[in-house]
Design a protein around this ligand. Structure first.
Ligand code: NAP
Length: 533
């Protein structure tokens, strides 16, 4: 067992099981709370290290994909154990590289462990392979029907981009990595430069787990980078078969375009920006305005607003209840102390992007939109009429940080018009009383067509990791709205359907053999069954 608090960070890359620092470009991470650089010098991966990581992954793939469900589940559970063994070293590193609190670090770590263990269960449960069997009908006229058996198989090495705002749950051993490893795909992580130390600690846990559970060398690599070149080369590399990304629309779109221009294009599953519209219906505002102001102020400002599900757009019909709600929301927002943002660059982008909104014609700032000293983000809200919102596309741009824009509508038709004008979103929310909801059916229909998750009487922040979760949505919320980046179904991004035709039973994968020794549920001749054939 690794002894907590003794892992030394050396700033090297992990090329499979080997540490390596052959590059000449170096960098340090930054503590946004103290405004001091952390001490470790990280080495950006050089071209040879990129080549070596992918070549190892390519060699590991045929062996890794043949590991049994039990072996892969054991690997994932051992990664979770090794992360736990990092103890306070991990928590301190996380806080020193992000300015986030210890509470948040512990919460995110718990979620990361839960995801790893969930995917261990998912692998062993087998439903993700979607086993489907059509037995032959030799006597069928005019031509005999062949025996055809289908299951999902892994696509090959996957490149995962660590996210700035989730150093654990969407980074080195986050949802993308856990789901790809569960599917049987080797993973090469392009570590996020803002939290490379946290990434290296987690990488050390994954490599230890891989060795302990006899996984092939190359099943996992972790590459440091200071700029975008390493990520671009990874996506261009012919051995890469898929990409997982969380971040900006600019970054995700750039990677999607690179992938599309390859000789052999590959899928890029990018989860990008969203302003997460919330419709506040009149009766709800009248009867629960106070309570709603408290919960939305909290949702807008939690984690300094650095969540992809932060409610960035509030829509309501102009009446006395709305005016009262805005007064209460203003009071609540002003009461929230500015908190440290992830990095000076993120803080700079927050203030610049908020400025771009509030300086537009006809926007009224409801609270002050101060520039804070240090790396803190001042919570704020502003408003605009729907008529003016509809005239300017800029209002659709995500302001990543504690800011929300209220759109004041004349009536429900204007709410529908604003929703209709929006690009794809991760979430949409309806706040309403049962007595009024039927009147707004059209709005619910319009909202459903642009989002991946529809929330009723709640806030969009807080994404449950479970089978039924969809964290994705029409472009640009994600690059492929048919998939989710969170929850058990995210494994489907890393598999492809594969059919065996007239194949001898003994040579089929166990999951498709007649005996069904795994006792899994299969679709056999159009009937779901756990029975043997
Ligand atoms: P980002 O700029 O999109 O970067 C994410 C990762 O992608 C980084 O590792 C970055 O590499 C890489 N990357 C970016 N542009 C690239 C390109 N053209 N080619 C290849 N790789 C590229 O996101 P971020 O650094 O996490 O934060 C910046 C902004 O993104 C935030 O201010 C926010 O607006 C947005 N963001 C949104 C979400 C969301 O969930 N919606 C989450 C996080 C961030 P380097 O760092 O090495 O440049």
């Amino acid at each position: 067992m690794t002894i907590a608090n003794t892992v030394k960070i050396t700033g090297e890359n992990y090329i499979g099981f080997q540490k390596s620092s052959n590059g000449t470009i170096t960098f340090k991470t930054h503590n946004p709370a103290t405004k001091v650089d952390n001490t470790t010098i990280f080495y950006e991966a050089c071209d040879q290290e990129i080549e070596d990581a992918l070549s190892l992954a390519q060699k590991a793939f045929p062996f890794y994909k043949e590991t049994s469900a039990k072996q892969r589940a054991n690997f994932l559970r051992t990664i979770a154990e090794e992360i736990e063994n990092l103890g306070e070293t991990l928590i301190n590193m996380y806080c020193n590289e992000t300015g986030l609190s210890k509470n948040r670090a512990h919460g995110e770590k718990a979620r990361t462990l839960l995801q790893l263990r969930l995917f261990a269960d998912v692998v062993e449960e087998y439903s993700w392979i979607e086993a489907c069997i059509e037995t032959s009908i030799p006597e069928r006229k005019p031509i005999p029907k062949p025996d055809i058996r289908k299951m999902n198989i892994p696509i090959g090495p996957v490149v995962v981009f660590g996210a700035s705002n989730f150093p654990l749950a969407y980074s080195t051993a986050g949802g993308d990595t856990a789901s790809a490893l569960a599917a049987g795909c080797p993973v090469i992580v392009k570590s996020h430069p803002m939290h490379s130390g946290t990434g290296t600690l987690i990488a050390s846990a994954i490599v230890t787990a891989a060795k302990k559970t006899n996984m092939p060398n190359g099943v996992f690599s972790n590459l440091n980078s200071k700029g975008i070149a390493v990520g671009q080369k990874l996506v261009q590399h012919p051995a890469t078969c898929g990409v997982g990304f969380t971040g900006s629309i600019t970054g995700g779109r750039a990677l999607l375009d690179i992938a599309a221009k390859r000789d052999i294009p590959i899928p890029v599953f990018a989860e990008m920006g969203s302003i997460n519209p919330v419709v506040l219906l009149p009766e709800a505002l009248k009867t629960r305005g106070e309570e709603l102001a408290v919960s939305f102020a909290n949702s807008i400002t939690t984690g300094s607003g650095q969540f992809c599900t932060k409610p960035g757009l509030l829509l309501a019909i102009d009446d006395a209840a709305l005016q009262l709600f805005l007064k209460k929301l203003k009071r609540e927002i002003i009461a929230v102390e500015p908190s440290c943002m992830l990095h000076p660059k993120i803080k700079g982008a927050f203030e610049k992007n908020r400025e771009k909104i509030v300086e537009q014609k006809h926007v009224s700032s409801i609270t002050a939109t101060n520039h804070c000293d240090d790396n803190y983000g001042q919570p704020s809200i502003a408003s605009i009429t729907a008529t003016n919102f509809l005239k300017n596309q800029r209002f659709q741009e995500e302001v990543f940080g504690p800011f929300s824009l209220v759109v004041i509508c004349k009536d429900k038709n204007q709410i529908a018009a604003v929703l209709q004008s929006l690009q794809g979103q991760l979430t949409g929310t309806i706040i309403g009383n049962n007595s009024e909801i039927k009147e707004y059916k059209n709005i619910i229909t319009v909202l459903s067509s642009i989002v991946g998750r529809l929330i009723f009487n709640g806030v969009p922040t807080g994404v449950e990791v479970c089978n039924a979760m969809v964290h994705g949505g029409p472009y640009p919320a994600s690059t492929d709205s048919r998939f989710t980046a969170v929850g058990a179904n995210s494994i489907k991004r890393w598999v492809r359907p594969f059919s065996f035709q007239n194949w001898p039973d003994s040579l089929l994968p166990v999951a498709l053999q007649n005996e069904n020794t795994l006792k899994i549920k299969r679709l056999v001749n159009n009937q779901f069954t756990n029975s043997k054939i």
